[in-house]
Design a binder for this molecule. Structure first.
Ligand code: ADP
Ligand code: MG
Length: 352
């Protein structure tokens, strides 16, 4: 099949790597001719995401199209929905944090308290976030006291959401794939740690309380079915006092599921490709305890020198190593949990 990928970042790159296993042809669309996907795709259409005619051309040329991020034109996705298995509902609800949280609430999924920011009304403590366009912690302001409000130069023309600050015990995500036959596969639930709003660690060690896992999977199942979603999707949750609180969902493979490439019998990318090409998805289990570490900014130079077994490095081949930019990731998959954790510690301390 000819698969089109809107967005040429690392997610597109890893989708394409999985698609190659099935001899699919890949055409990507990205403003940058040297984007990560360009090293794997058969062709790249170099175009801005706002260029409706270029995206239309991509969709018309391909048998099926997938998007790797939420910043895609909703109307265009609606128009070509028959060729885009992820469908437009998933985008509609995930593009705007207010609409997204209302959506979860309507499914009876617990969320932090939230409301649209008007007349300087806030909760304390809370986080104010732009309703659209934010990622990796961008566009977020932590409000710990009333005076914090004056400190932040909130833009009058931007819509914000005020979210109750959750002093969570830890964060998890459920990465799942649903196919057109209604089958759903859930990958082992990782525990996620963020640094400056950017994901740093995803640890799939099979050590999360069973009740927490089943609550999170139940909510994720409701979301997948409501959206009639086909492909891989992830839902982020806060865990507090044995309860699971919805944070956000992403209608695409997710950074916290990268460990599935080496850590599971089938990866989130392979099942995404199977689902969107109309095939049946495969069950996926944890092969070994796995930890994924994101390689941010200039850490790349150190990571490249690591030479140790059971450690897999994925270089996204980006040119510019801006601070906090995701340059690659490594996955540690050791036979024992203790060895996986000890390798993680050595890497974080820069001693491998
Ligand atoms: P992004 O789209 O940038 O991933 P998120 O809403 O997931 O935005 O926020 C990034 C991170 O910031 C979260 O994973 C969490 O660590 C922290 N965070 C976000 N919202 C809250 C909240 N309401 N309470 C506590 N921490 C939060
Ligand atoms: Mg997030």
């Amino acid at each position: 099949m000819i698969i089109g990928i809107i967005g040429g970042g690392q997610l597109g790159m890893m989708m394409a790597e999985a698609a190659k296993k099935y001899q699919h042809t890949i055409i990507g669309l990205d403003p940058n001719s040297l984007c990560p996907l360009s090293y794997v795709a058969d062709d790249i259409i170099v175009s801005e995401y706002s260029d409706v005619s270029a995206i239309s051309k991509l969709i018309e040329t391909c048998d099926v199209v997938t998007y790797e991020f939420e910043n895609v034109d909703l109307e265009l996705i609606k128009k070509y929905e028959n060729k885009i298995p992820q469908r437009s509902d998933a985008l509609h609800f995930s593009k705007n944090r207010l609409i997204e949280k209302e959506f979860a609430k309507n499914l009876n999924i617990k969320t932090p308290r939230f409301f649209r920011y008007v007349n300087q009304k806030v909760l304390i403590p809370s986080i104010i976030k732009t309703t659209t366009g934010g990622y990796d912690g961008k566009g977020q302001f932590k409000i710990m006291s009333q005076s914090d409000i004056d400190q932040f130069k909130l833009n009058k023309n931007t819509e914000y959401i005020v979210e109750e600050y959750i002093d969570f015990d830890y964060e998890i995500s459920v990465v799942a794939t649903r196919d057109q036959y209604g089958k759903k596969v859930y990958y082992p639930v990782p525990r996620n740690t963020h640094k400056n709003g950017v994901l740093f660690l995803s640890e799939a060690l099979n050590d999360i309380d069973g009740l927490i896992v089943s609550k999170a999977i139940n909510s994720t199942s409701l979301i997948l079915d409501k959206l009639k979603y086909i492909g891989t999707l992830a839902v982020e949750y806060f865990v507090k006092d044995n309860d699971v609180i919805f944070n956000e969902f992403a209608p695409r493979p997710h950074n916290s599921g990268h460990y599935t490439i080496e850590g599971c019998t089938v990866s989130q990318f392979e099942n995404h490709i199977l689902a969107i090409t109309g095939e049946k998805i495969k069950d996926s289990t944890l092969v070994n305890p796995s930890i994924m570490i994101n390689v941010l900014g200039k850490d790349k130079d150190y990571i490249k020198r690591i030479n140790s077994s059971n450690i897999f490095y994925h270089d996204y081949l980006k040119y510019e190593a801006r601070s906090n930019r995701k340059m690659g990731h490594i996955t540690i998959v050791s036979e024992t949990k203790s060895d996986t954790i000890s390798k993680r510690n050595s890497i974080i301390e820069g001693q491998l």
